[in-house]
Design a protein around this ligand. Structure first.
Ligand code: PLP
Length: 451
């Protein structure tokens, strides 16, 4: 083991790190961050990094935003807490719900608040089940997501997630209610010479076949991230959502768009659904909803679903779902202020303007000997590292090439995220063009060192 600083030793002695290889991490030790300003963060040893993953795809307005800090202070000193249970309410939640109703890329009757993206998707599942019970379709309960999807880690949202590490040895129940259809990853899963359009058509056929195998009357909803994030930054192939939506429309299946990463400007439009021609029945939100200044998630509820919830309340007595801190006053006040800043600064327009530079620098890395594919959209990108560029042969996972590259990139002053052997890049939306150059220069140096 390398000589660790005292704070690192205390960390190793006391903390369980989420989503971490607990065995290898003990050899390298944690990076303990102590401060942040703009797009930069500093660690306890004084090293400064460009935060190239916006924390965990979330710090859209960067660090140290005075308006947000003031908003949090003001709300805490006025009313630090009240909940929304049993008819209690507060102004920030009301204002934020109204605002989201106006902005959402789908018809919204009401907004339901949670504390996280996982809870938002968990709530989506419960609402879909509740809705179909209310409308007398108790068989219509299965939810389809996709291989490599990431929708969270609670029992229902981990079941939606299509990544082995979220399932293996966790004994998730209700396996028969969660189905995974093919992943729209053209580079990895298209057949030789298959065009993007043909690949999309084949995936739509796969979905249609799955629905018919299970029985259309058993399928409640389909959930998808507009661009897949934690599964490896996978941009859908041409025409994909058009043909997928045509299949769903045939069978009365709800489309839930998981906008937890793509919401609020990431792809150069306010929501990813707009960028990709998705017309969802509902969306899940979190992360950039408060620019990560406080935890908050949200689910939009359509009129038919809300009507069904009303009927059930009449029948059962109570809509028995909700989180103590869902729509917490400070989080909601931060949400209101964050959305005000996004609109005032035209954040989506800003991303659309600088994205060509980001994407050009990203795609230029295709020439690097380690990079099999460089892909992305807006201000999100992925670099899939491969052992052999010609054959697309992946590295042996036990070599931890992605994690080792990430450590070398961090030495160059840049934080990114290794997703297996794909490097995820997703900087704060306030990044400047010069900082985009700084980001890719550091990335290039780190990859050279990893070669
Ligand atoms: N959905 C998507 C698309 C995500 O990327 C994430 C987290 O990365 C989640 C849901 C889960 O959000 P949380 O970690 O806030 O529970």
């Amino acid at each position: 083991m390398p000589p660790f600083q005292p704070d690192q030793q205390e960390d190793i002695a006391s903390l369980v790190h989420p989503y971490t290889n607990l065995s290898t991490f003990r050899e390298s030790g944690p990076t303990i961050l102590t401060s942040g300003e703009g797009v930069y963060v500093t660690d306890s040893e004084g090293n400064r990094y460009l935060e190239g993953l916006a924390g965990l795809w979330c710090t859209a307005l960067g660090y140290g935003n005075e308006e947000l800090i003031e908003t949090a202070k003001e709300q805490l000193s006025t009313l630090s807490f009240t909940h929304l249970f049993g008819g209690k309410s507060h102004e920030p939640a009301i204002e934020l719900a109204e605002k989201l109703k106006q902005m959402a890329p789908c018809p919204v009757s009401k907004v339901f608040f949670t504390c996280s993206g996982s809870e938002a998707n968990d709530s989506q599942v419960k609402l879909a089940w509740y809705y179909n019970n209310a409308r007398g379709k108790p068989e219509k309960k299965k939810i389809i997501s996709r291989v490599k999807a990431y929708h969270g880690v609670t029992i229902a949202s981990a079941s939606l997630t299509g990544l082995p590490n979220n399932h293996l040895d966790f004994d998730l129940p209700y396996g028969d209610r969660f189905l995974h259809t093919s992943c729209p990853h053209h580079y990895r899963f298209a057949e030789a010479g298959e065009s993007e359009l043909d690949f999309s058509a084949r995936l739509a056929e796969d979905l249609d076949a799955l629905i018919n195998r299970e029985g259309p009357d058993t399928i409640a909803a389909f959930i998808a991230e507009p661009v897949m994030g934690a599964g490896g930054v996978i941009v859908p192939p041409e025409g994909y959502f058009e043909v997928i939506q045509a299949v769903l429309a045939k069978y009365d299946i709800l489309f839930i768009a998981d906008e937890v990463i793509t919401g609020f400007g990431r792809l150069g439009t306010m929501f990813g659904s707009e960028a990709l021609g998705i017309e969802p029945d509902s969306i899940s939100l979190a992360k950039a909803l408060t620019s990560a200044y406080a935890p908050l998630g949200a689910v939009t509820v359509s009129e038919p679903v809300y009507e069904a919830m009303l009927d059930e309340s009449e029948k059962i007595g109570t809509f028995g779902h909700g989180f103590t801190y869902g729509g917490h006053p400070m989080s909601a006040a931060l949400g209101v202020k964050t959305l005000e800043i996004y609109e005032r600064e035209n954040i989506a327009g800003r991303v659309a303007k600088i994205a060509p530079k980001f994407q050009a620098r990203l795609k230029a890395l295709s020439d690097h000997p380690l990079v099999g594919e460089a892909r992305g959209m807006g201000l999100i990108g992925g670099l899939e590292l491969v052992a052999d560029k010609a054959t697309k042969q992946p590295f042996d996972p036990k070599q931890f090439v992605g994690a080792k590259a990430a450590a070398l990139i961090q030495k160059e002053g840049l934080i990114i995220r290794p997703i297996g052997d794909t490097i995820g890049i997703c900087p704060p939306l306030i990044i400047t063009e010069d900082q985009i150059d700084e980001l890719f220069d550091a990335l290039h140096r780190g990859l050279d060192a990893a070669e």
